[in-house]
Design a protein around this ligand. Sequence first.
Ligand SMILES: Nc1nc2c(ncn2[C@@H]2O[C@H](COP(=O)(O)OP(=O)(O)OP(=O)(O)O)[C@@H](O)[C@H]2O)c(=O)[nH]1
Ligand SMILES: [Mg+2]
Length: 292
Amino acid sequence: MSEPVGVVCERAASELDALAAALPGADAHAAAQAAHVLRAPVRIQIAGRAGVGRTTLARVLGTRRDAHVEVAAPVDAPGAPDPVLDAEVVVYVFVDGVRDADRAALRKLDPAGAITVLGKVDTMPDRAAADAAADACRADVGIPGFALDARGAGTSAERHESGFSAVAAAVDVRVRRALAARGARIVRELRARAVASRAGRDALESFVAGDSAVELEAADARGAFDTDALGRGSVGDEPYDDGTADAALRQAAWWRARDASARSAADAIVRQRVRLWMHRIAPAPSVRVRGR
Ligand SMILES: Nc1nc2c(ncn2[C@@H]2O[C@H](COP(=O)(O)OP(=O)(O)OP(=O)(O)O)[C@@H](O)[C@H]2O)c(=O)[nH]1
Ligand SMILES: [Mg+2]
C-alpha cells in the first residue's frame, strides 16, 4: 500500500532539511522554504452568510494536526466587503437554499477544494427533505453538497446520523488532496531550479528523482482520477494491491493503459508503481552496524 500523503510530505520535508543544510545560498533557502510549506497545516475556511452555523461547524470539525480551521467573515453582510475565500479547502454553509450572494462567492472557488453544507437540517421536516435540498444545492452550484445537523454531532454514535461523518470524510479527502497538490508543486519548482542551479543541481535532482517526490506526484495525479483515492484505496477496477511486487507491476500496467487524455497524470502513477515494484523485488538493504 502507498503511505498516507501526510507521511510522505513529512519525509520529503526531512530530506529537504538535509538539502538546506548541505547546499549553499539560494538553493538552501529554496529547500528550507519548500520543507516549511510541506509541513504547514492545510487552511480550511468555513464560509457562508451570518448565522448559518459556521462557528458551530468549526467547533465540531475540531483541531487536527495537518489542518487549520478558520471561520471566514460572513458573506453578504450589510456594509462589509465579502471575505476572500482563498483557503485550500472551503466549506460553504447555507441554511435556506442558495442565494445570489452565495452563487457569486461559490463561483470564485476551485470546486476541487470546496464542499457545500446544508446546515441545521434538524429544523427541516425530515431527513429525506434535507437530502433533497442538499442535492438541489449541489445541482445549483456544481459543488458536492451534504446535509448536516451540526448540533446533533456530539457523540460518535450521532456523527453518522447527523451527517457529520460524511462532511468530515469529504473534508479529509480535500485536505489530503491539498497536501498532494502542494507536494507536486514543490517537486515541479525544485525540478526547474535543479536545471538552473550549478552548485545544487545534483542534490536537487536526486531529491526530485527520489521516492518521496515520485510518491507526491503520484498522489497528486490520483486526485485527477478519483478524489477518494489519494494514494490509498483503488481507482475503478485498478488491480488490488496485496503488497507483492507482482501487484505493483499489475497496477503499473493498468495505469499504463489509461486513455491518452489523462496521460501525464497516469504516467506519474505508473512511475510510482514501477518504483514500488523495484523496491519489492529488491528491498533496500537494512543498515548494518560495522563489526557485527
Ligand atoms: N438547529 C440547529 N441550530 C444550529 C445548527 N448549527 C448552528 N446552530 C445554531 O445557529 C446559531 C448560529 O450558529 P453559529 O455557529 O454561531 O453560526 P455563525 O455562522 O458562526 O453565526 P455568526 O458568527 O453569528 O454569523 C446558534 O444558535 C447555533 O446554536 C444546527 O445544525 N442545527
Ligand atoms: Mg460565528
